[in-house]
Structure formats: structure tokens, C-alpha cells
Design a protein around this ligand. Structure first.
Ligand code: NOJ
Length: 742
């Protein structure tokens, strides 16, 4: 069909009007006009991000928030959700404030909003980025229906120290996998267009290097070489920025002496100028006020330092609204700096469509329809299954239905812990416990066996924060005796143990990462019965499990699996589903090995058992207990030697067992000679393949120049000519390799 001139012109006009450029022009016109009407105080008001509503994660509670909203002194709030609560506050902004600028509504939606998915460390163990994207999408659907337009996720801090409680919130130790997870989550939350009412703004955090806190103690200092920073710690933040993340949250720590929240190099030179980030930078909770403790100056000085460094929104401190007006008048902060920050906040609101519909079509009907819908619950169950890592199995798993199983331990009937830490709006009462999920036709017995912990000092720290740890009226010895009796009547014991959820997450570092001592005492007593024991673990970090590895018949790491954890665990225990997770963080043998991670350097004296003067310990092996990428299946896979053809490396994977199973095929590369010393191996690709018993599949990876590149000593991203090794296997321990020259 021929188009006449007019049709073509109209089509061109429509296309032009919808092009990103014209949308930007429209936005600029709108924001210019609005800012033209704003007083300095109102502009600074947009930079204020107080907490009002349900939770707090710091010592200061924002006060008088509603009055401040009416005065135009609030840009966004967090910790308020539900359609009614959101509407109430948004109405204040829209009807009472002079310029009727709508509010942002943020919240810590970390691994689901109401339907809770496994903790992020668990989710990353699925190595399934499509699944992870779907969980973020489901969280966005629920959160947006519940009045939120901003989630404080993903947390992408690389972590090599399992003492740090917040390892539970991230994707583990590796930058390649961490970057893939970061992208998946940003795409899941934002869905390509935050204007869509079912999308939310994502917030990548904690920028930067928060996971490298010295000694694994939360909030501690970070001192790091630029090579480590650029090659290992920064890539996941960069991946989130490249995926279009709308916002960034600063971290609490200092970086080589300059706290992130007032670090101009970090927030402006690197993030905005080099990486091209155009969105909003919010600080973490009271992080501006904490700059005083960091020794950066008094209230006025730290407020000026932070805004001048590139922070846009002040979470909870309120130093911006208190101090910035005078600082501008005194010339210590330029009006342009305030305008730029305010513009970025208004642009975010514009892009969310808040100026057209400040309520984003939120209603109780929509919330009811979205929240905990069947499809989300089944996604949660699938995610919990795929996150579990089978650490040991001498054949006792899967359990046979005709066997009498004794379920023993304080987490068998527990619900509170299943949804883990940072489960914000999640309702643990809606979780299904392991006991509830057990098929009633099975022959199962139960005993409590022990309390979660008998350590009163620990309970006193956890219970004020909703720990819900209770002590049974029976003595620890009585509980053990009872459990031993029950175990004797069974064919196999399933001990469900782990950390109370409050031992992970923020401000929850540990110096000893063993199983709690009373739980270990129970396991020793059960061991005496001679019955096979399956240890099912719920915990938020790698633990030191040498004794358990020697003495248990099977160990299933389930993390905190979320709302459907109980069902997922029984699915895997009884063989209705396969465990297919692989570790994303190394499990050390003891805390003295920390930091222990797979992509370390070779040293000049790599370990050699025949040589004294080589890099080693006298009292423990260099190797971890369970390596990055490790995990067993119910079936057995064989991976052929690596073949190289041009830049394609491939293997044949065969399922040699008797059941269908899924293998995670991992590609690692070693740069044998470089201008800097290079890691002994780095993950550069992974593919999951599901095979029936006896089936084979070819798995191929393209070795691109990018996969060979790294930041050299001048911080140039280069691929250097020379010899490389390519490894393909099912864990970072693999020695299945081939050599090539680039
Ligand atoms: C402090 C935490 O570090 C951060 O992750 C969280 O998003 C904020 N509190 C808001 O709750």
C-alpha cells in the first residue's frame, strides 16, 4: 500500500513525539517550569527522605513528617505502604503543599514484598537469572499495588567474609555472577519503563564496597586497592547502572579514608561522569549525620560535603533541610548544586508518572489481586527449590516414603525464621513450616530436640528485634533425651537446624560461624544412635561445618527459603524435586581462613606439600570445605574434556545417573601472564542444562575479548595478548581445562 505524504508526515510526527528525545524535552520543560516556581527551601525539601510508618533500622526516628509534607519539605518517604496509608500521605502532598508535588514511596523490598522468596544469597545459588528476574518482577507487582514506587534493592555488595551478616542480602563473592544478578533484578523491578504502574524504581546499594568491611564487622572501614575495587567489587554496581537502575544508595563505610556518603570521587567522578549515571543518589539511613562520627566535621560541614560530593537525597538525617538553606546563603553550597539534585528527584517523579497520577492507580482491589496470588506462591516454591544446595549425600536422600522419618529440631515447626531477615512486609504467619508440609501419609515422628539457642545473652540481643526465640520449659538435657528416644524409633533422622534469622542481615556480624553449640550437642547425641542423619540447614551465611561434613549422612543448605520454604524442603527431601543450587560463596573450614574465595592470586610461593616455604597454614588446609560453584545433584553428571574451536570452548555433559537433573556448567578463565598478577581462575560464563537419565548435551561458550579483559595498573580495561586457560566444570575446583593463546 502506498502512503500519501500526509500519512508519512503524521507518522513521523507521532514517532518524534514518542522518541526518548522528545520525552526528555517535555520533561525538561515541565521540570524547568516547576522549578521556576520553587523557593530554595522547597527545592531542598525535595531532597529530604524521612521514614514514617512501620520499621526503623537506625537510632533516629523522623519526627513531624506530616507537617513537613504539608510545607513542601519532603521529597519522599519510606516505610509506609498499603494503599490507604500511601493515599493518606500522598493526599497531604497533593492537596496541602503549595506546589502539590507528589511524594516518592520507598521501602526495603529485598526478596519479595508480601510473597517472600529465598534470601538473596539463596536466590543467587540458583544461578538462574531468569528466575531471579521473575522474583523481582513479582515483588514489583505486589509492591506497586501496595502503594510503593521505589524499592531499596538490589544489594549487590560483593562479600568474601561470611562473618558479615549482610552476606545474606547479596549474591555472594563473584563479580561476574553478581553482575548478572544485578541486571536481572533491575530489569525485573523496572521492567523497561518505570512509568508503567506495575513497575517500581530500583535502587542499587550500597555504593560502594560495603561488603568489604574490615573483619566482617558491619559498618567497619574499607581499605582497598584500586585494582581489587575495579576488577572485583565495582562491576555489579556498574552492571546495575548499565541496566538503567533509577537510583543508587550510598554506603555507610569509608573507602580508603573518605566515607562513601561524602566521596566526590565515587559519587560524581566515577558514578556520574565515568559511568554516566543520571538518576537519584540517596544516602543510607542517617549516613550524613554519621559523617560526624567518621570525623568529617560538624553538622554544617558534613551536609555541605555530602551534597557537594553528589548525594541528592538525605535519608533520615534531615541535615539537608536543616543546614542547606544557610549553606547556600553563605556560598558554601551553590544554588546550582541544589538545583541539580532537586531536578534529579523531580525527573524521577516525572518518569514514574506521578505528576499525572500520584496514586499510580493503586487500589485495595488491585492489592488484593496481586498480593500473594497463586502464581507468586508457586514462583516462591520454585525459587526455594532451586536455591537449595545439597552439600553432602551418601545416598540417604531422597528419602523413601515407606521409611519412618524422625524430624527433629527447633526449625521443624517454626515459621518465623522461614522468611529470613529483611522480609519487610512479609507475614511469617503465612509461611508453611516443614512439619505442615510433610505429606500426612508418610510415617513421620517429631521432637523439638533443643531450643534455637540456649545462649541468654544472644537471645537478649535478638528478641527485642522480633527474634521470637523462646526457651522450652523442659531442660536442654530432657529435650535431647526425648529426641534420642524418637530417633531410635525411626529409620532416618532429619535434623532441621540453623541460625535464628536475626543472626543474619544488618548489624548481625559473628566472629564464630559454627552451628550454635546447643544444636551441635543435639547432633552429637543423635549421632550416637547410629541412625542415618540428614542435616537440613536454615541460615544466612556460609557456616563452618567440618564436623557436620564428617558426621552427617547428608547436608541440605536451604538458606531461609521464604513463604513456601516448608513445601520446597519436603519436595526436595522426598525427591519430588531435585536440589540444583550451587554455592555462590565459599564455605570455609574455620574462621581463621577468612577471607577465603576462589578467585585469589597464585602468590610467588603457591602451596606445595613438599616444600616448607610455601603459602599455607600449619593447622588447616588452604582449600575451603565447600568451594564456590559447588553443589550435588540426586543424579550424576559427567563433563567431557574441553574442546576449543576458534573462540568457542565446549564440553559434552552427560547425565550418568538414574534421574532427571540439572547441572550448572561453569566457565572459568585464567590469564597465565599479565601486566598485573591475575587470579588463578575467574568465572566468565555459566549455563544450566536439564538432562534426563542417560541424556547428553553439548554446552558451548564463546570466549569474547571482553571475557579476557581486566583493569590494569593504569585502570585501563584491556585484554592482553598471551596464554590463557579455559576451564569448564561444575565448580570452581574444576581442573578440566584447555589452553589457548590470544
Ligand atoms: C539501612 C540499610 O543499610 C539499607 O540497606 C536500607 O535500605 C536502609 N536502612 C533503609 O531501611
Amino acid at each position: 500500500m502506498k502512503r500519501n505524504f500526509l500519512t508519512v508526515a503524521v507518522l513521523a510526527l507521532i514517532t518524534a513525539c514518542n522518541s526518548p528525545k522528545s520525552i526528555d524535552n517535555e520533561m525538561n520543560r515541565f521540570v524547568d517550569e516547576l522549578m521556576g516556581k520553587m523557593t530554595l527551601e522547597e527545592k531542598i525539601g525535595q531532597l529530604n527522605l524521612p521514614s514514617i510508618g512501620f520499621d526503623v533500622t537506625g537510632p533516629i526516628l523522623s519526627k513531624g513528617v506530616e507537617e513537613k509534607i504539608e510545607k513542601g519539605l519532603v521529597g519522599g518517604v519510606f516505610n509506609t505502604y498499603t494503599p490507604e496509608a500511601m493515599r493518606k500521605l500522598q493526599e497531604l502532598a497533593i492537596t496541602k503543599s503549595r506546589l502539590k508535588i507528589p511524594l516518592l514511596f520507598g521501602y526495603d523490598v529485598i526478596h519479595g514484598h508480601k510473597t517472600i522468596f529465598p534470601i538473596p544469597l539463596g536466590l543467587s545459588s540458583s544461578w538462574d537469572t531468569a528466575l531471579i528476574r521473575k522474583t523481582a518482577r513479582a515483588a514489583a507487582l505486589e509492591a506497586s499495588a501496595d502503594g510503593l514506587n521505589w524499592v531499596f534493592s538490589p544489594m549487590v555488595d560483593i562479600a568474601r567474609d561470611p562473618r558479615w551478616g549482610r552476606v545474606s542480602e547479596g549474591a555472594g563473592e563473584d563479580e561476574f555472577l553478581g553482575s548478572a544478578v544485578a541486571r536481572a533484578m533491575v530489569v525485573g523491578y523496572q521492567n523497561g519503563d518505570i512509568r508503567d504502574n506495575s513497575s517500581v524504581m530500583a535502587c542499587v546499594k550500597h555504593f560502594a564496597l560495603y561488603g568489604a568491611a574490615e573483619a566482617g564487622r558491619d559498618y567497619n572501614s574499607v581499605d582497598m586497592s584500586v585494582s581489587k575495587m575495579f576488577n572485583h567489587y565495582l562491576p555489579p554496581y556498574r552492571a546495575a547502572v548499565d541496566a538503567g537502575v533509577a537510583t543508587v544508595m550510598t554506603s555507610f563505610n569509608d573507602i580508603n579514608g573518605i566515607p562513601a556518603t561524602c566521596n566526590k570521587w565515587l559519587l560524581t567522578d566515577l558514578l556520574r561522569e565515568q559511568w554516566g549515571f543520571k538518576g537519584v543518589v540517596a544516602t543510607d539511613y542517617t549516613a550524613i549525620a554519621e559523617l560526624e562520627n567518621h570525623g568529617m566535621g560538624n553538622r554544617q560541614e558534613v551536609a555541605a560535603l555530602s551534597i557537594n560530593a553528589g548525594a541528592d537525597m538525605d535519608m533520615v538525617s534531615e541535615y539537608f533541610i536543616d543546614e542547606l538553606p544557610a549553606l547556600v546563603r553563605e556560598g558554601k553550597v551553590s544554588e546550582k548544586t541544589i538545583d541539580d539534585a532537586c531536578r534529579r528527584v523531580l525527573e524521577a517523579k516525572y518518569k514514574l508518572g506521578l505528576f499525572e497520577d500520584p496514586y499510580r492507580n493503586v487500589s485495595t482491589e488491585r492489592a488484593e489481586r496481586e498480593i500473594m496470588s497463586e502464581d507468586k506462591l508457586s514462583l516462591s516454591r520454585e525459587a526455594a527449590i532451586k536455591s537449595m544446595v545439597l552439600l553432602k549425600n551418601n545416598g540417604v536422600l531422597p528419602l523413601q516414603k515407606d521409611k519412618r522419618v524422625a524430624f527433629i529440631g527447633p526449625l521443624v515447626k517454626d515459621k518465623r525464621n522461614l522468611i529470613g531477615n529483611w522480609s519487610g512486609a512479609g507475614d511469617w504467619k503465612k509461611a508453611i513450616s516443614v512439619w505442615e508440609a510433610i505429606d500426612s501419609s508418610t510415617n513421620s515422628l517429631y521432637a523439638l530436640g533443643c531450643n534455637l539457642t540456649d545462649d541468654k545473652a544472644l537471645i537478649d540481643k535478638l528478641n527485642p528485634h522480633d527474634g521470637q526465640i523462646t526457651l522450652d520449659s523442659k531442660s536442654p538435657q530432657q529435650l535431647i533425651d526425648e529426641a534420642v528416644q524418637v530417633a531410635r524409633r525411626a529409620d532416618v533422622v532429619v535434623a532441621v537446624l540453623g541460625e535464628p534469622f536475626g543472626m543474619g542481615g544488618e548489624a548481625a556480624s559473628r566472629s564464630n560461624i559454627d552451628l550454635l553449640s546447643n544444636q551441635k550437642t543435639l547432633l552429637r547425641a543423635l549421632r550416637q544412635t547410629g541412625k542415618p542423619i540428614v542435616l537440613v540447614l536454615m541460615n544466612s551465611r556460609p557456616l563452618t561445618l567440618e564436623w557436620e561434613d564428617e558426621n552427617m549422612d547428608a547436608i541440605l543448605e536451604t538458606w531461609y527459603g521464604g513463604t513456601m520454604a516448608g513445601e520446597a524442603i519436603t519436595d526436595v527431601l522426598f525427591g519430588a524435586a531435585e536440589p540444583e543450587g550451587r554455592l555462590t560463596m565459599t564455605f570455609p573450614r574455620n574462621v581463621g581462613q577468612i577471607p577465603v574465595y576462589y578467585n585469589h592470586k597464585n602468590t610467588g610461593r603457591p602451596f606445595d606439600e613438599n616444600q616448607k616455604y610455601t603459602s599455607k597454614y600449619l593447622d588447616v588446609a588452604n582449600t575451603p570445605l565447600y568451594s564456590f560453584g559447588y553443589g550435588l545433584s540426586y543424579t550424576a553428571f559427567e563433563i567431557s574434556p574441553v574442546t576449543l574451536s576458534g573462540n568457542i570452548a565446549s564440553v559434552k555433559v552427560t547425565n550418568k545417573g538414574t534421574r532427571t537433573g540439572t547441572e550448572t556448567v561453569q566457565l572459568y578463565i585464567r590469564d597465565l601472564v599479565g601486566s598485573s598478577s591475575r587470579p588463578i581462575k575467574q568465572l566468565k560464563g555459566f549455563k544450566k542444562v536439564t538432562l534426563k537419565a542417560g541424556e547428553s548435551a553439548d554446552v558451548a561458550f564463546e570466549i569474547t575479548t571482553d571475557l579476557l579483559s581486566f583493569y590494569n595498573a593504569e585502570l585501563k580495561y584491556v585484554a592482553e595478548k598471551g596464554d590463557f586457560e579455559v576451564y569448564i566444570g561444575n565448580s570452581s575446583d574444576t581442573e578440566n581445562k584447555a589452553k589457548f593463546t590470544f
